[in-house]
Design a protein around this ligand. Structure first.
Ligand SMILES: Cc1cc2nc3c(=O)[nH]c(=O)nc-3n(C[C@H](O)[C@H](O)[C@H](O)COP(=O)(O)O)c2cc1C
Length: 337
């Protein structure tokens, strides 16, 4: 299993299929007279009861291997430096192993962990007992549960049993309340899915849409029995997923992820109605190629440029940004009517 985790890192880096988030189909207009000062732009936000500098989450990716530990140490340091939350990689397969459960966060980072908001990550099928063990193992502040029907269905070593998953989510929400986030794994969410999660009591939903990391491709690259490359186009684009979610509820907290790479992606996700964005694959690429400095500079650049875009839209804070008008064009308009 743990070689597989390292393989996911490699496969996500070599994957070559280009999907589309459809953020290109969101049109917003420059404001020549913003009547505000760039220095006054405020991006602070609240997430699960804590305050953060910017509505960005480091998405679930890694842990459970020596290489994963090395990467997580860098990511956790960056999360602390930028005052943003971080989700660890899935602990699902490693709960039973003391050795492997230590390969998520370094023990010498005890002080650091206290200052960083950490989410444990498990399958939405996880039992209450496993969730407790996993959260204790990494002293997590909150819980992230993934639903990955597509990934399991195309892998050769999973059964893709998804009966009863919603009821399990509902049970875990009754225990952990607003400290639970439910996420896809890069296939996006329909209105129906969001509706079901909201009625199960879920208050934080990460849409993890189509257009960035392609999990069917990642699985296919390690599958020597079948070829699933004709399914690489499967999934709901991230921009459409946000619109889907907002039709269902104005109150549920929406995290937009899946192909978030640039400040323009971030600004459009927030204008469409996301409360936060999350980044996985692109950040990993910067980290693998240039380590801590490169990855941190990438995120700092995203934050700086998003603030400039807010300034150029005349939006002083995230509330005002949500009220910025936009128009849908092209395919996004067509599928949203
Ligand atoms: C190498 C890698 C490993 C991942 N592992 C997990 C995981 O263990 N649990 C999970 O919920 N999502 C996992 N994801 C999915 C991401 O959290 C995210 O939802 C998805 O990649 C879409 O974001 P992106 O396009 O920015 O990569 C992983 C992604 C990558 C690239």
């Amino acid at each position: 299993m743990n070689n597989i985790k390292d393989l996911y890192i490699d496969n996500s880096l070599i994957g070559s299929h280009q999907g589309h988030t459809l953020f290109d189909d969101v049109y917003i207009e420059h404001n020549s007279l913003p009547e505000i000062n760039l220095a006054d732009i405020d991006t602070t936000t609240e997430f699960m009861g804590s305050n953060f500098s910017f509505p960005l989450i480091i998405s679930s990716m890694i842990g459970g291997t020596e290489r994963g530990l090395e990467i997580n140490e860098i990511l956790v340091n960056i999360a602390q430096d930028l005052n943003i939350p971080i989700e660890l990689g899935s602990q699902q397969e490693n709960i039973a192993s003391d050795e492997q459960s230590k390969l998520y966060l370094s023990e010498i980072d005890d002080d650091l962990e206290k200052n960083v908001f950490i989410l444990s990550n498990l399958s939405a099928k996880a039992s209450e007992e496993d969730v407790k063990i996993a959260m204790d193992q990494v002293k997590a502040n909150a819980l992230s549960l993934y639903i990955n029907a597509a990934q399991e269905a195309v892998s050769f070593d999973h059964e893709a049993d998804f009966e009863g998953v919603l009821a399990n989510i509902e049970k875990l929400v009754s225990v952990y309340g607003d400290k639970v986030l439910v996420k896809e794994k890069a296939m996006g969410m329909s209105q129906e899915t969001v509706k079901k999660l909201v009625s199960a009591g879920v208050n934080y939903i990460d849409l993890s849409g189509y257009g960035g990391t392609n999990f069917i491709e990642i699985e296919n690259l390690r599958n020597y029995r079948n070829d699933f490359s004709d399914m690489y186009g499967w999934g709901i684009p991230t921009a459409k997923s946000i619109l889907n979610a907002r039709v269902v509820s104005q109150d549920v907290k929406i995290i937009a992820s899946g192909g978030i790479k640039t400040s323009m992606d971030i600004i459009k996700a927030l204008i469409l109605g996301a409360d936060y964005v999350a980044v996985a694959g692109e950040l990993l690429r910067y980290l693998v190629h240039g380590g801590y400095d490169h990855a941190k500079a990438y995120l700092e650049g995203l934050i700086k440029k998003t603030k400039i875009l807010m300034f150029l839209l005349g939006a002083r804070n995230l509330e005002e940004l949500k009220r910025v008008p936009y128009k849908l064009t092209g395919k996004l308009k067509e599928i949203s009517e």
